[in-house]
Design a protein around this ligand. Structure first.
Ligand code: ATP
Ligand code: MG
Length: 481
């Protein structure tokens, strides 16, 4: 999921890397287990047998739902078409149907089918099965990738499904019927199945009525569903902030007392969910809602500390606002930059401690960065690909203080100058450093030759002395040949 989001934001081209830890297929499955036999519906016939209970759904007709099928992406329409022509059931499912009903542009289109991954793979030449633990198929049309999943069954069913001792589902690989697939989705609004051919929406859990009423309601007993997968609590908060849906009172009630369950979720999954939250274009509302629901403690150690310091809070909120504005206006937002902002006040605090212990400023900064990243790594698994850039952005900050001699020219040509400068402006705006410093860099970067030189401050830094090289000692022993 998260790759899809990032691809959307950073690259117009879709990336088709393997994504095993889909949120609705809770992760942490050992390959060893996955290799055990599972009730894979190997033939079309057996898959069909399992999916024959759509009569249990309420059918929402075109007249009622008014979804314009031309809003489907070309790839989604062709994938559905291919599967149906091959004799399978295929529906647009999840977020896309919900978004269409809310008159929003779906981020991507997911498809659910009664065809097994192998069968889907056989229907489409450009497709591949991904994930060992949760086998899905990526179908490629041009540069669009559609994710096709086979209906999943009840995790209590016999088969390749497991829960850990606290009841959290750690493996969920049992294929099932359409009705079962709907029951294991998280919210009623996310369990609607749209068939663009018949133009009907199948609704097993009154999702259509809930969407119309502006409600986000969990399917089944909230406590049980949060025990199975605590990330659903975060999803409730994120989706309600993003979609402007109210969390239904019964769905909301147990969240505060069950928030601790999030401690047991693997950090990499939390990280993915956080990234989705921060890059949703509604980060401010989401973070505020997390705080109201007491979900931010421990989950976001960076926020825990930072939101309790007035300066840190101001800085983080400015950074989130900035990211929201960029995303909502269709611009890209860099996760490294965002995480660098979230952790900056932790770095500042650690930096001050190291300086107080008589470490020179720059080595002290590097020690502080190491500490902060190491403590986050345990809790939030920030991927390495982000930490390198975060270090660069932080590492540039002291260089903005140097406004004499040749140094400012060097900084302007640094590959991360722009990110470093944007970061500096946020620091100015939050009141951490004087606004004049940011303004100076804005003018300096835009100024031309002499004007620029005139802006430089007198160079008062002590000149670096070159150490004299010790004279080579003349060898007293004659060279031998
Ligand atoms: P977004 O628009 O942010 O992508 P989404 O609802 O589409 O929201 P995805 O993570 O793309 O979120 O998940 C797709 C679908 O998978 C959901 O709509 C829901 O039906 C199901 N799903 C996702 N996560 C869970 C979960 N933790 N438990 C149960 N079902 C889930
Ligand atoms: Mg989605």
């Amino acid at each position: 999921m998260i790759k899809k989001l990032l691809d959307k934001i950073f690259r117009p081209r879709k990336h088709t890397a393997e994504r095993e830890n889909l949120p609705h297929h809770p992760p942490e499955v050992s390959t060893q287990h996955a290799k055990k036999s599972r009730p894979v519906l190997g033939t079309k016939k057996s898959a069909k047998r399992n999916s024959s209970n759509k009569d249990k759904a309420e059918i929402i007709t075109l007249k009622k739902h008014q979804i314009d099928r031309d809003l489907l992406s070309n790839a989604a329409a062709r994938t559905i078409d291919g599967l149906q022509k091959a004799g399978f059931e295929a529906y647009i499912v999840g977020g896309a149907v919900r978004d269409l009903l809310l008159n929003r542009n779906p981020k991507d289109f997911d498809i659910a089918t009664d065809a097994t991954p192998e069968e889907v793979n056989r229907v489409f030449r450009r497709s591949r099965i991904i994930g060992r633990r949760f086998r899905l198929v990526h179908v490629m049309f041009g540069d669009e990738t559609i994710e096709v999943s086979t209906f999943r069954g009840h995790h209590q069913a016999e088969g390749d499904s497991h829960t850990n001792e606290s009841g959290r589902i750690t493996r969920d690989n049992v294929f099932g019927s359409l009705e079962e697939d709907a029951a294991r989705r998280d919210f009623t609004a996310n369990a609607l199945y749209y068939d663009p051919t018949s133009q009907e929406v199948l609704d097993f859990h009154h999702g259509f009525a809930d969407i119309r009423a502006g409600l986000l309601r969990i399917i089944g007993k909230p406590e049980t569903r949060y025990i199975e997968d605590p990330v659903r609590m975060l999803r409730a908060v994120r989706l309600s902030a993003k979609l402007g849906l109210k969390i239904d009172p019964a769905t909301q009630a147990p969240i505060a007392k069950m928030a601790d369950l999030l401690q047991g979720v693997p950090p990499s999954r939390l990280f993915d969910e956080m990234l989705k939250l921060f890059l949703s274009g509604h980060a401010i509302e989401s973070v505020n809602a997390l705080r109201e629901q007491h979900l931010h403690h421990g989950l976001l150690p960076m926020l825990d500390v930072v939101l309790e310091q007035p300066m840190g809070e101001r800085f983080v909120m400015l950074a989130l606002k900035n990211t929201d504005d960029r995303i909502l206006s269709g611009k890209s937002a860099n996760p490294s930059f965002l995480f660098a902002t979230l952790l900056w006040h932790e770095v500042l605090a650690a930096w001050a401690t190291y300086k107080a212990q008589n470490n020179p400023p720059i080595p002290a900064l590097h020690l502080a960065m190491n500490d902060v990243l190491a403590s986050q790594a345990e809790k939030l698994a920030i991927h390495n690909r982000y930490t390198a850039t975060m270090r660069e952005i932080w590492g540039l900050q002291p260089r903005f203080e140097q406004r004499a001699g040749k140094r400012p020219f060097g900084l302007l040509t640094h590959p991360r100058y722009r990110a470093g400068y944007d970061f500096l402006l946020l620091r100015c705006e939050s009141g951490e450093v004087p606004a004049e410093l940011g303004a100076w860099w804005t003018t300096f970067a835009e100024a031309e030759g002499e004007e620029r030189a005139a802006m430089l401050q007198p160079d008062t830094a002590p000149k670096k002395r070159r150490k004299r090289k010790p004279k080579k000692a003349v060898s007293s022993t004659p060279a031998t040949s």
